[in-house]
Design a binder for this molecule. Sequence first.
Ligand code: IPE
Ligand code: MG
Length: 219
Amino acid sequence: MDGNGRWAQKRGLQRLLGHREGYRTLKKVLLAASDMGIGCLTAYGFSVENWRRPEAEVGGLMTLIEEAAKAELRDLKKNNVRCRVSGRLGEVPERTRNALQAMAVETASNTGIVFNLAINYGGRAEIVDAVKALVRGGVPEEEVTEELISRHMYSPDIPDPDLMIRTAGEMRWSNFLLWESAYTELYVTEKTWPEFDAQELQKAVDSFQSRTRKFGGVV
Ligand code: IPE
Ligand code: MG
């Protein structure tokens, strides 16, 4: 969800106000995705690299995530959203972690769209964690397959993403879902995340639907 800072700076606002606006956008886009019949939406909220930001911004983001998880719980339940969290939650401040875990636990029996929030997430970190789990389990070399590695990722029950949307014109992966996005279609928009909306989501989906996916084969 890139471009919160640029959105704010352009308006002479503090970066954190950009993140607040990004939260509003996420809420709208999640409900739009649900209405469109999308099965799962993963949002990159905070990366393992984001700790490098100024302390005030990191703290502000952690507070915002905590507040949002608490404030949205009722509506998430009402809208039948099933929440999940991906990332190294053990390194996240306790209050934020607790709010995120409560959000996941209390929506676990919902049957609608899966909303997967990536917090303290890194694609390489996820692969490292999977390899560690395999080593810990003493898995013999001949049993190591792509399927087995996939099953040791943070959310093995969530399918690989069909479409990845990057906002604010960024054309890089930024360590997101590296393993899972092997055949993901990429969509880049110049809109910053706070400017993104249901209409922009529809544009991205339309683009996705016009593409031919061959997965390395021929049609
Ligand atoms: C949101 O946008 C990213 C996070 C939620 C950490 P940025 O904060 O990266 O916005 P820009 O890149 O400075 O515009
Ligand atoms: Mg950025």
